[in-house]
Structure formats: C-alpha cells, structure tokens
Design a protein. Structure first.
Length: 331
C-alpha cells in the first residue's frame, strides 16, 4: 500500500464476519474504485475466532488498498472504532459495519455532502424503523432523547456509527484523553458543522449479529456513565426524596401512636420501605458503575492492543505468514 495520505479511509470493525466477507468485497471494491480518488479500507479485526483473518489475508494480495489492523483480543465495537480512528490516514474517514445493513453505495453521497456543504461531519440517518420491533423502536427513542439531555446538544435520532468525518474531527477525537468513548455521543459533543443523509437500512447481508442484548445494554450504560455525572446528581435527589419520605412516615406513625390509636396499614409501610430500598439499590448501582470506571481508568490499561498492522514492516513476512505467526489457528 502506498505510504502517502489517501483522500478517504473506510474504517470497518469486524468480529467473526467470515460469512459476509465475500459479499463485502464484491460490493465495496467496485464502488470505491469508481470514486476515482485514493483510498484505504482499514479493517479492524476485533479478535475474531473464525476464518475472518484468513479470508482477509487472501484478499489483501489482490486488493492493495485493503489494510488490516488486528487487535490481540476482542475489545468491543467502540474500541475497534477507536483503533481505526488512531490508525486511519485519510483526509476523510467513513465508519461502517461489515454486515452491509448500512449501504456502502452511500459513501459517495456522504463525501459529496461534506464537500458541497463544507461540513466536517455527515451522519447516515435511518429514515425508516418499521422493520424493528415496537420494543426496539421505543428503547431507541428513549435512548436518543436521554443522550440529547446528557450531551447538551442535538443528536441525530436514528444515527448510529455510519458517518463521515473530516481529518479535523479525527484529530480532535484522538486528542481526547478518556478511554471508553462512545462515538455517537463524542462526535456531536465536539460541535463541528454537520449534515445528514437519510437512507433505508437493509437486512444483514449474511451471518448473524454479534451485537446481542447484553452488548446493547453495555453500550447504554457506557453512554450514560462515560459522558455525564448527571446520574450521580439524580441519585442524590432520589436519596433526598427517599429520606424525606422516610421522615414523613416516621412522623405520621408517631402522631398516630400518641393519639392512642393502633398503627394500621402494614402493607403500605412495607411498600414504602420496598420503594425506598429499590431507590437505594439503584443509587448504589450507579455509584458502582462510576467507581468501576474510575478503577479501570486508574489502572491505565489501553483500551485495545494492536497485534498486527499490514501497513507496517513485520520482518519482511508476507501478510499471510504474519497472520499465521500471530495465530496458527487462523492459518
């Protein structure tokens, strides 16, 4: 691959995507070649366990613009994006998933919009979520509304990680000191001029999703705790409210006792204690999330470890030989 700076870097996080790779190659290369610009396709293999690396090894022999950055272990989607942002060289960067639900054919429109409207960010925004379940549409709406409040800026609803950013944005993101960043929050927070391009999201081209419910929940927790102290303030107010309710219950019980009446309503008392206990557990959980993040930050462990970059010299090994040397099971 040429060492000069390409016009476009396409960053593609991958994890166990061997089934979709042939279709990915078939669609991605012709449309990027058709743009008539210099480019690189930077695939970040997030510690795949299948034959993803082996297929990429074969593809790089025939596709000089294909570049592999391989992480030593599975570090998560956002960490793989961070690795791509760190290593991408392009004047513009497009992030897109390998499953082809976000159409690569839209890359030309993203680039044209950035140039024509002189903006640094172009979001790919879904125009239709009718294929999603009611629960997923509802939770997505709540998520984006909450994130808008936390960030303090408008976040495009139904915009995931399919976007184009300029080199200015890439450098600004890489300069941020925190680890565990959530890109769909960080990039709007930076405040660069932006535009939107709408599209209809397709079904997954092949294979099955690796982003299960637990990973979506983890993303939601990271979005909240990594970006704002607002939940801690909410916990403080909930604690104050619970304390006031407790005082009110005690005063009411004393008044009834002093009046010589029995104290009926044990059910309501137990209910009040249960509600207050639930609030306390919620607050403890929130505190635990923040303490865990502080603990992880204090360890100063890197968010990801790069084991291989096909752009770098690896002792004159061929790409396939280097992959085999790193992991014989993928040879």
């Amino acid at each position: 691959m040429e060492a000069s700076q390409p016009t476009l870097s396409v960053v593609v996080p991958m994890y166990d995507e061997e089934e979709v790779l042939p279709i990915f190659f078939e669609r991605m290369r012709p449309l990027l070649d058709g743009l008539r610009i210099s480019y690189e396709v930077l695939v970040v293999d997030d510690g795949s366990r299948d034959n993803t690396a082996a297929l990429l090894a074969v593809a790089t022999k025939d596709w000089p613009q294909l570049r592999l950055v391989r992480l030593l272990r599975n570090s998560g989607h956002q960490a793989a994006l961070s690795a791509g942002f760190r290593r991408a060289r392009g004047e513009y960067l497009v992030s897109i998933d390998a499953d082809l639900q976000d159409p690569p054919e839209l890359i030309a429109d993203l680039l044209a919009t950035a140039r024509d409207e002189d903006v640094d960010v172009v979001y790919g925004v879904r125009s239709d979520r009718s294929s999603d379940t009611w629960a997923k549409r509802t939770t997505a709406r709540l998520y984006y509304r909450l994130m808008c409040r936390l960030v303090g800026k408008e976040i495009p609803f139904d915009a995931g990680d399919f976007r184009l950013v300029s080199r200015r944005v890439v450098d600004a993101v890489n300069a941020l000191p925190e680890d565990g960043r959530v890109f769909r929050l960080v990039i709007p927070w930076l405040g660069f001029p932006s535009a939107e391009v709408t599209y209809v999201r397709a079904e997954r081209a092949a294979g099955t999703t690796k982003y299960n419910l637990s990973k979506m929940m983890r993303l939601a927790f990271d979005s909240v705790t990594a970006f704002s102290a607002a939940p801690l303030r909410l916990a403080t107010w909930l604690g104050l409210l619970g304390g006031l309710l407790s005082v009110a219950v005690v005063i009411a019980a004393l008044i009834i006792k002093l009046s010589g009446n029995s104290i009926p309503g044990w059910t309501s008392t137990v209910l009040a204690v249960g509600v207050i206990g639930a609030i306390q557990l919620l607050c403890l959980g929130l505190l635990g999330e923040y303490v865990a993040r502080l603990f992880q930050s204090s360890q100063k462990r890197p968010q990801f470890l790069v084991g291989y970059d096909s752009l770098e010299d690896h002792g004159h090994h061929t790409f396939a030989e280097a992959i085999e040397a790193k992991d014989p099971d993928h040879g």
